[in-house]
Design a protein around this ligand. Structure first.
Ligand code: ADP
Ligand code: TPW
Ligand code: MG
Length: 571
């Protein structure tokens, strides 16, 4: 606090925030400047923090979330008060839903005025609003508490199940001064923010006993397994057990999708038939049909038993009974399982694995035939076949993916070869993550990024192509242009306005990238798409390819049509 009697050097809130972040290894902030954090963005940049400035806070927030997932460090998003905070809040809630560690830091207005609701500039009780939407929320009122505030935010984001944290920094805080030495001492370098959580030995034994008894075992890898960064042990577990596995969307590449034990090509068969299923960092939410019903083989669902590895004890039994819960961090759990298995682990019955192989081979050759077709107008398959080949050639490239058909087809067609190379719409199936995730992936990894975007999905964050150009990021955006949401063929029965799912026909999305100095290409054929994509990946230049897709090719809601409520009234 201000103290005129102090003759020593002074520091202030701005510098304490920056010093606390740097002390904890934060090297990048995703932000959008304005009152009261403009100077914080400038000073942080001057102090060597990489400042990535966005055109809308939601995308800065999505970038922070993706950075958190990729690095196991909380991604930082910095915004102004009320509207900026609210724009960032969607990303914070989405990060929490997906178990990605991030911290939304927002400036806020004068507490005295906000609390009496006297109408301050951008007045809003941000802390109260953020609280139910994230894992933890804190406010710092005194400069001397900045160290504690940031330490608590980091620990909350990373420990246990990772998630989003809100940190409220009122405008007044930044200008508060205090003795520099005391300020330095007030900062906390967080020790072991995500402590290992070893599973109990009897729960390891219970899980192994159940796995051993299985006739038709299956392992499901989720994005928690990708986040955990124990890739070699997970691969060893799969290979040592010989059990077929299914990767959830963002766990693709943990083992190469071409792995002999991958059962992706016969997903519905293994889900319906498996008798013991081990979930590794995957929740039995809607994406896994809640572990019951037709997807899980109807009658088989009554006898199926689950083993679940998760850091969150309350995840167990959330949808169906979990016979063998294994609570702990995935790294510790998987290595305990490997230890417990010893040598000479019996492989699953050949009847099960041979049957899977047979179905898989059949489905893969069917898929190969479809991919080889070259219809006159490009469709999802012929376009995605090009991207499939490009990713095969550059397995270190990061794929960002959103849309409906564009998402569903890309997920099954584009094989991934390395862990944490696929970022997508996640647990909510949210549109708008595209450019934020792409920016973060490029900034954090320096690797080429290929963003496979439905034309609708792209629209949610399209303005960030300027950000991509401004920082000259190696991002190639491919817009799957089918003139609309799902398809471009809907008609308004009354005439007049176009149908609500339809966009301007033949839109020239590539010009958006050209407008900011990037490369824009219109691709009508797989050959044109391949050429543009190869050039983009080789050059690292910001590129947008407008891939013209048959507007009749998609289906309503992609693969989740069944979730659409149906009108009872027939016209
Ligand atoms: P997916 O959508 O891929 O199925 P989910 O997001 O549903 O994956 O599940 C991820 C799960 O992983 C969450 O339940 C979360 O608690 C868990 N998790 C995240 N990180 C770890 C970790 N390091 N150790 C154990 N569990 C983790
Ligand atoms: C924040 C609802 C799900 S998918 C989608 C919307 C609007 C776009 C599908 O069209 P797109 O893909 O991207 O052109 P394609 O290949 O099928 O034509 N708002 C938010 N999230 C979601 N999920 C929606 C709306 C939706
Ligand atoms: Mg579309």
């Amino acid at each position: 606090m201000t103290n005129d009697a102090q003759s020593t050097e002074q520091t202030d809130g701005f510098h304490l925030v920056i010093d606390a972040l740097k002390l904890n290894g934060i090297d990048t902030i995703f932000a959008l400047p304005g009152i009261p954090i403009t100077d914080l963005t400038r000073k942080a940049q001057a102090e060597g923090i990489r400042m990535i400035s966005f055109r809308h806070e939601q995308h800065a927030g999505n970038a922070a979330a993706a950075a958190g997932f990729l690095t196991q460090k909380p991604g930082i998003c910095l915004t102004v008060s009320a509207p900026g905070f609210l724009n960032g809040l969607t990303a914070l809630a989405n990060a929490t839903t997906n178990c990605f560690p991030m911290i939304l830091i927002s400036g806020s207005s004068e507490r005295e005025i906000v609390d009496l609701q006297q109408g301050d500039y951008e007045e809003m009780d941000q802390l109260a609003i953020a609280k139910p939407l994230c894992k933890a929320a804190f406010r710092v009122l005194h400069a001397a508490d900045i160290g504690v505030g940031i330490a608590r935010a980091i620990r909350s984001a990373l420990s246990g199940r990772p998630g989003g944290v809100y940190l409220d920094l009122p405008a007044k805080l930044f200008a508060q001064t205090m003795d520099a030495e005391a300020g330095k001492r007030s900062l906390i370098k967080v020790v072991d923010p995500a402590p290992r959580q070893l599973p109990a030995p009897d729960s390891v034994k219970r899980a192994l006993d159940l796995l051993k008894s299985a006739k038709r075992p299956l392992i499901v890898l989720g994005k928690g397994a990708a986040y955990a960064q124990c890739d070699a042990d997970i691969r060893a577990l799969i290979e040592k057990t010989g059990i077929p596995y299914l990767p959830m969307s963002m766990a693709k590449g943990l083992l190469p999708d071409t792995h002999a034990q991958s059962a992706s090509a016969t997903r519905s068969h293994v889900l319906a038939e498996a008798d013991v299923v081990m979930l590794v960092g995957a929740r039995l939410n809607w994406l896994l049909s809640h572990g019951k019903g037709k997807t899980w083989g109807g009658a088989n669902a009554d006898t199926r038993q689950f083993i679940q590895i998760d850091i969150s004890p309350t995840e167990m039994d959330s949808n169906v009974p979990i016979a063998a819960p294994l609570v702990g961090d995935i790294g510790s759990c998987v290595s305990a399982l490997l230890d417990g298995m010893g040598s000479g682990w019996a492989q699953p019955p050949a009847e099960w694995t041979d049957g899977i192989k047979e179905r898989k081979d059949k489905n893969l050759s069917k898929m190969a035939a479809t991919l080889a077709l070259n219809p006159a107008t490009m469709n999802f398959h012929s376009a995605l076949n090009v991207i499939r080949n490009a990713v095969k050639a550059r397995p270190d490239a990061i794929v960002v993916n959103e849309g409906a058909n564009t998402l569903d087809f890309a997920r099954s067609i584009v094989d991934m070869y390395e862990p944490r190379k696929r970022l997508d719409v996640g647990t909510w199936g949210i549109m708008g993550i595209g450019m934020g995730f792409a920016v973060a992936a490029a900034v954090v990894t320096g690797k080429p990024v290929i963003a496979i975007e439905g034309d609708s999905a792209f629209g949610f964050s399209g303005m960030e192509v300027e950000t991509i150009c401004r920082y000259n990021l190696p991002v190639c955006v491919i817009v799957f242009n089918n003139n609309g949401i799902y398809k471009g063929t809907d008609v308004n029965p009354l005439g007049g306005d176009v149908a609500p799912t339809v966009f301007v026909k033949n839109a020239r999305y590539e010009m958006m990238m050209q407008a900011f100095g990037g490369v824009g290409v219109l691709a009508n054929t797989p050959a044109e798409l391949a050429k543009a994509l190869d050039e983009a990946v080789a050059s690292g230049k910001p590129t947008l390819i407008n891939a013209i897709i048959d507007e009749t090719a998609g289906t309503e809601s992609g693969r989740i049509t069944s979730l659409n409520p149906q009108s009872a009234k027939k016209k």
